[in-house]
Design a protein around this ligand. Structure first.
Ligand code: OXD
Ligand code: MN
Length: 586
């Protein structure tokens, strides 16, 4: 008798017709075999093994370098269950469309069966997925990004309790590329792309889209959030989870070297992209990181912006679409030091100044979390870590102050629901356009986002002490177009203010949008920032916010009856507070 997993593998093999099937065990020996195969067929290029032992470069097809949101679908029986912010397709139609694309897709290729655990191997909150893929690069990335192989099979045993994900590179033609989610069956089909977020099915597809659906049904949360611990001078660590849209600095914040280290404030990394959170029996919200590695954006990373990842990514790391120096070291825009002579760009061509970026703007490193010097020693605690604050944020050149605190949980949910950010290179499409991205989940929520806001409200009602909810904006610019706040390690000053608010120590000014720090409540010693710049960073312009609130109202209207009344009430209450403030300022 076949196990449910064996039956699904057999069925998938009948459809895709691979030349051979390899069950991945996650061992060193297997990793060496995969690497040797990829070096032989050109999937991997060897980087300088003296300076970067076991580091390899992968150059993807130039038409396949980012998530393709327009080709990503939530396939539910009722269109309304996917909601207005997702692409929708009927499940039978989606399967009908994709079956011919999978039919024979693995002819002459190897099918890798990749079992994996999302979350610490012993955590009751972890879940199992199995990805079938014809990409050795995907299998190698999954080995870093999850607990892959034998531990997953051991935990699964003969059970059917896993999320299957079928992936084939197909012919990489974007007109035959689809990333399909069937949340009602907990199934993923992805064809035509080898890019991380489209092809590493444990990441966005399972840990966010399918998991958010499961979380709504089962009373927990799957969020696009980093998890960090802020240690104070007494050694006490307070955990915070933060949601920013893709490529807005989650990894850098989670791995930050604190500018206040000499005062005893340190940041510990628990996760950099995804948080799964459950209500524990004591009523606290406990977070685990379902992942085991960092799939971070390389350009802009250097010894100042993220020293910890620079240390972590010099061994056992897969680089995708970075440039390479003549001594075969990885290189990207913003790395320490200018481009050396003899640079090869991400497409493998000789690079010359003026010939465009040498690394693709969405070039990535895949690095094991265990290699980061900032990794919390509690990062695999099976029960998860207690979350005391949520932080929402985005790139807003104007409007949003450096930081503000929401008035209460319901208002905080409204703040998250109204997040907006200028788009980045992490997804295909125009860069720098402001779009609404509630809780940074717009591309990742597996169901109707109106209902998702309702789920947030319901979770708050069940928590004994709901985490405080803050909003930050590291990206505010002055009239000269320059950033007002230095960011990176200095962001700890904002985290410290949050901690002081949690502990009832820091002062704040009440504004219509929430509580903003008084200038003296921020710890700014050692930082040269003028009083005018600080005032500009913390300012709240009521008439600009009124225009924002009107835009929010239009956004909410899209969700029709799915938008919770409490959220629209918050929108109206904000308009009232802003109008009163505008009138009294006249
Ligand atoms: C990611 C993303 O890769 O959000 O984490 O695009
Ligand atoms: Mn992400």
């Amino acid at each position: 008798m076949s196990t449910p997993l064996e039956s699904w593998v057999e069925e998938s093999a009948r459809l895709t017709k691979p030349a051979k099937i390899v069950w991945c065990d996650g061992s060193e020996a297997e990793s060496e075999r995969l690497t040797a195969d990829m070096l032989r067929d050109g999937t991997f290029l060897e980087l300088n093994q003296k300076t970067h032992p076991r580091c390899y470069l992968h150059r993807s097809n130039p038409n396949d370098v980012a998530r393709t949101e327009q080709l990503t679908f939530i396939c539910t029986r009722q269109k309304e269950d996917a909601g207005p912010t997702n692409n929708w397709m009927d499940p039978s139609e989606a399967k009908e469309k994709l079956r011919p694309l999978f039919d024979g897709a693995m002819k002459g290729r190897t099918m890798y069966v990749v079992p994996y655990i999302l979350g610490p191997a012993k955590s009751p909150y972890s879940k199992i997925g199995v990805e079938i893929t014809d990409s050795a690069y995907v299998a190698a990335n999954m080995r870093i990004m999850s607990r892959m192989g034998k531990p997953a099979l051991d935990r699964l045993d003969n059970s059917a309790d896993f999320v299957p994900g079928l992936h084939s590179l197909g012919d990489l033609d974007p007109s035959r590329r689809f990333i399909m989610h069937f949340p009602e069956e907990k199934l993923i089909w992805s064809v035509g792309s080898g890019y991380g977020g489209n092809a590493l099915l444990g990441k966005k597809c399972f840990a966010l889209r399918i998991a958010s659906w499961m979380a709504r049904d089962q009373g927990w949360m799957a969020e696009h959030m980093l998890i960090l611990g802020l240690e104070d001078p007494s050694g006490k660590v307070t955990y915070m989870a933060a949601a920013f849209p893709s490529a807005c600095g989650k990894t850098n914040l989670a791995m930050m070297v604190s500018a206040l280290e000499s005062q005893g404030y340190r940041v510990w990394t628990v996760g950099d992209d995804i948080a799964w959170m459950h209500i524990a029996s004591d009523g606290t919200l406990r977070a685990i990181n379902p992942e085991a590695g960092f799939f971070g954006v390389a350009p802009g990373t250097n010894a100042k912006t993220n020293p910890n990842v620079m240390t972590a990514a010099n061994r056992n790391t897969i680089f995708t679409n970075v440039a390479m120096t003549h001594s075969r070291e990885p290189w990207w825009e913003g790395i320490d030091g200018p481009p050396a002579d003899g640079l090869t760009n991400w497409k493998g061509e000789p690079w010359t100044a003026g010939s465009g970026p040498a690394a693709h703007p969405n070039a990535r490193y895949t690095v094991p979390a265990s290699q980061s010097p900032s990794l919390s020693k509690h990062w695999e605690d099976p029960e998860g870590l207690p979350i005391s604050a949520f932080i929402f944020g985005g790139r807003r050149a104007h409007l949003a102050p450096l930081v503000y605190e929401s008035r209460n949980w319901q208002h905080g949910v409204f703040v998250g629901a109204t997040m907006a950010s200028e788009t980045t290179a992490a997804a295909t499409g125009a860069v720098g356009v402001c779009r609404r991205d509630p809780m940074a989940m717009l591309p990742f929520c597996g169901y109707n986002m109106g209902d998702y806001f309702g789920h947030w409200l319901a979770m708050g009602a069940k928590l004994k002490n709901p985490p405080k909810i803050f909003h930050v904006n590291w990206f505010r610019k002055g009239a000269d177009g320059k950033f007002l706040w230095p960011g990176y390690g200095e962001n700890v000053r904002v985290l410290k203010w949050m901690l002081d608010r949690i502990e009832g120590r820091a002062a704040a000014t009440e504004t219509p949008i929430g509580n903003v720090p008084t200038p003296s409540s921020l710890t700014l010693d050692g930082l040269s920032i003028s009083r005018d710049t600080l005032n500009e960073l913390l300012s709240v312009d009521s008439s600009d916010w009124l225009a924002e609130d009107r835009a929010v109202g239009e956004f909410f209207a899209k969700f029709g009856s799915h938008i919770p009344p409490a959220v629209t009430q918050e929108q109206k209450a904000l308009a009232g507070r802003l109008t009163r403030a505008t009138v009294s300022a006249k």
